[in-house]
Ligand binder design. Structure first.
Ligand SMILES: [Zn+2]
Length: 199
């Protein structure tokens, strides 16, 4: 692969000028879906109009990293005691942790469910349990990456759940069974390791 430097010359088809000579320079480039901008990447700048005419392959990994970092809110409403369950679980994992660890805890369960490491049989039965019978009066909100968003969509499709809201509820109800109600909490050593990295 040819690696270009700032100031090198090239050729590209500019969308405004057609075939043009270009000069490689640093520019900010917007994602095509307008979710954000990658700052200061080497691109081929059209010598005629000054617009971005080409993106060399060496700049593609950085664009992908930045794109995967753009975060989107996952927001849903849950019964008030669901937030308490998360807080109790967090304190049981490590008393020093705060409520921000609920995102890590949620993603840990999501990932293990979606990779099949945790059984996802009969998950939807949890939604009919006594613990689930309450009005959803609180907000559960975390910021998730594009990659997590894909993981959630794939898991919902495969598991036959109806919505993201059901997924959030199932994960919190599982955390209740696994950690809050359990005299020997499950996955504790792994979660403690995550907590150590998180702090
Ligand atoms: Zn041009």
């Amino acid at each position: 692969m040819r690696v270009v430097k700032e100031g090198d010359k090239g050729k590209a088809i500019c969308e405004f000028c057609g075939l043009s000579t270009t000069t490689y320079a640093l520019r900010d480039v917007d994602f095509s879906d307008k979710r954000g901008t990658v700052k200061n990447i080497i691109v081929g700048v059209c010598d005629k109009c000054g617009g971005v005419a080409s993106i060399p392959s060496q700049s593609v990994p950085q664009i992908k990293y930045e794109y995967n970092k753009t975060l989107k809110p996952l927001e849903t409403r849950v019964p008030a005691h669901f937030i308490d369950i998360l807080n109790l679980a967090i304190k049981k994992i490590d008393n020093e942790l705060d409520e921000n660890f609920s995102k890590t805890l949620f993603l840990y369960y999501l990932h293990n469910f979606s990779t099949g490491k945790f059984s996802n049989k009969n998950l939807s039965e949890l939604l009919d349990s006594e613990m689930a019978k309450a009005k959803s009066s609180k907000r559960f909100s975390i910021k998730i990456s594009k990659r997590t968003e894909r993981e959630i969509d794939i898991f919902i499709n495969h598991s036959g759940l109806k919505s993201k809201s059901d997924l959030v509820k199932i994960i919190i109800l599982t955390i209740n069974n696994d950690i809050v109600q359990a005299s020997l909490p499950k996955h504790l050593s792994e979660l403690k390791k995550l907590a150590a990295v998180y702090q």
